[in-house]
Design a protein around this ligand. Sequence first.
Ligand code: AMP
Ligand code: ZN
Length: 457
Amino acid sequence: MKFFNSLTKTKEELIPINGKTVKMYTCGPTVYSEAHIGNLKAYIFMDQIYRTLKYLGFNVHGVMNITDVGHLTSDADEGDDKMLVASKREKKTPWEIAKFYTEIFMRDIKKMNITLPKEIVPATTVIEEIIAFVKGLMEKGYAYETSKGIYYDISKFKDYGKLSGTKLEDKLMGARIEVDEEKRNPADFALWIKAPKEHIMQWESPWGMGYPGWHIECSAIGRKYLGDKFDIHTGGIDHKTVHHENEIAQNDALNGHKTVNFWLHTEFLQVNNSKMGKSLHNIYTLSDLEKEGYTAMDYRYLLFNSHYSKIANFTFEVLDGARNSLKQLANLVRLHKNGSETVEQEVLDSYKKDFTNAISDDLNMPQALAVVWQMLRNTPKSVDVYKQFEDFNQVLGFVLNEEAEAEIPEEIKNLAEKRWTAKQTRDFATADALRSEIDAKGFTILDSKDGYKIEKK
Ligand code: AMP
Ligand code: ZN
């Protein structure tokens, strides 16, 4: 299995620290509002890794945090705690906000058929570990106290910036307009924040009442559940320059060695050429898509159409294409399920080889999907193919809507499939005759770039 490692900027073979077990950490959601479909792209990425590793015979010990405190409105440690902003907006306690949006997140994850990690850990459940982590950094001379809290001194960590390729000197020079005079360097970040009275979530600490910074929760949770060395850390590309640099600085300073081997990042989901983001007011949630008549599976299919490291552009037109393809895929799978022919194992093995090569090459899902289409289209209708599809579907995770498909009679689906094959082989006379036959039986065929759709007239 090869992954593109953001840390080394090369594709590398994954050799787990512990035999066949892969220890993996994912930055989870901040539960102050409903996740948007851009956020869900990051968790589909996590799911693709879990499913692929499992398919290839690895065990995955996965951990994900839930940020329910300490993520300020600016990632550069300024502004208010997002949980508090939501609490004021919705006139609920931050605890109620966290519970409410965690439940919505879990509902969306389930609808998308995303595999959940073994451990899902809210930041507020590991305050003790966070305090111990901060104390450790203080003792080692990486952190200092101000009237506002405990800060990490980035000038002490010589590798600061190695993930995103930012030079420490540039970081130390940058951000001249400094509001906090007590900070040693402008880019020093908060590990622990001394709480003003109005901050509802606060805990006792050696530095008085306070709450954790955002970056430290991931380090403390990773350390508690995965130890001081683990294989993979994932997240969205926006986390690379600040959040993950800070995690590396915290982890490696405390442990005295490199903590994470592979850093994997997924690119943004865009709308109209700009990042989909809550602060940009251009978001769609899964519920928005459902209101327009689409399903979570349509969106799942859309995401499998492009590589995780590429920007995916969201439009309803693209989503339409995904829905049609998925319907057609379900049709073909059904035809194979009820097929009476046999297909030689050798043929299936060759598809399996191509499929496995695609997924083990840095999760090339578009290529894997192309192999699946080839197999479904180019083999006689056979339950052997259906079984092979089910095997591949452990990685794809598509829940196929067989009920909706059942409205189209088997006979029509067979005719439509024959027509498609005729068209592909440029036998247009047969294709036209089959279209007329289907038409006479009360159904219409709509062709698209990727295939066709059958509709009842
Ligand atoms: P948050 O809940 O804001 O902490 O973000 C949760 C995850 O979604 C993180 O891994 C982000 O990097 C990721 N993310 C946020 N916006 C997008 C986007 N437009 N496309 C892809 N991933 C995103
Ligand atoms: Zn994180």
